[in-house]
Design a protein around this ligand. Sequence first.
Ligand SMILES: Nc1ncnc2c1ncn2[C@@H]1O[C@H](COP(=O)(O)OP(=O)(O)O)[C@@H](O)[C@H]1O
Ligand SMILES: [Mg+2]
Length: 269
Amino acid sequence: MSLLLSIRDLSIEAGSARLVDGLSLDVAAHERVGLIGESGSGKSITGLAVAGLLPRGLSAGGSVRLAGKEVVGAPERVLDGLRGRAVAIVFQEPLTALDPLMRVGRQVALPLARRAKRDRASLSRRALDGAVEDLLAEVALPEPRRIARSYPHELSGGQRQRVAIAMALACRPDLLIADEPTTALDVTTQGEVLALLNRLVAERGMALLFIGHDLAVVSQAVDRLVVLQRGIVTETGPTAEVLGAPRHPYTQSLVAAARRFDAALGWPA
Ligand SMILES: Nc1ncnc2c1ncn2[C@@H]1O[C@H](COP(=O)(O)OP(=O)(O)O)[C@@H](O)[C@H]1O
Ligand SMILES: [Mg+2]
């Protein structure tokens, strides 16, 4: 198995505060890995560091190798080549990815046109419109043509997240980072978007780094879990093992919380 992502001893600092410390994590091609931990444990900034998207004021040390290229300290030119094709991100809040003033179809067309340019393929306006509709249909949006003509505010939260997923898929990334992709959605929609992500990852053979605080959700999407507590990895292992026999007290408390949640919903443990 080839390693698509290899993080070694990653540290992320804000001034003198160390937010992530000594984090190592591998994702092989086609592998699905979950990064879990409570709010503020450093999951999102780790995901951003992988794509070279850390906000100003945060600095990374250590090594993040993505598709064979070093990301930490890489110039924008290198990062630009990786974004979209090696890695794409879906965020918790779909409006983060969408421009409120641009029709959905045009927004989805932008990364598709970029991909065509990258592949030196010529794409007529009509072919581009068709590709947009195909992509919207692939994320199971009803009436893709109507959706393409809509503005983001005319769609529901679940539909917007499907559009954001379509945009992330447009450049055919090898690795999809999904950062709490269902957290902002109501429970029914959450299940639908999770099922969609699972299907797309399987069909496209993408690797997945699924970030979340909710073990019950994340464990449905991944083969292996990495548990983060205050910026430090406390436990890693196959999903079934970590869920079935968590070793670290912190993981035990996460598993117990997920069990209580399932029980409250009347789901089997
Ligand atoms: N731009 C920033 N500047 C300073 N600190 C930040 C910034 N972004 C996040 N942090 C801090 O980094 C820590 C981890 O944040 P984050 O990765 O968003 O956590 P999680 O996604 O696990 O909830 C938190 O303590 C947060 O306050
Ligand atoms: Mg987060």
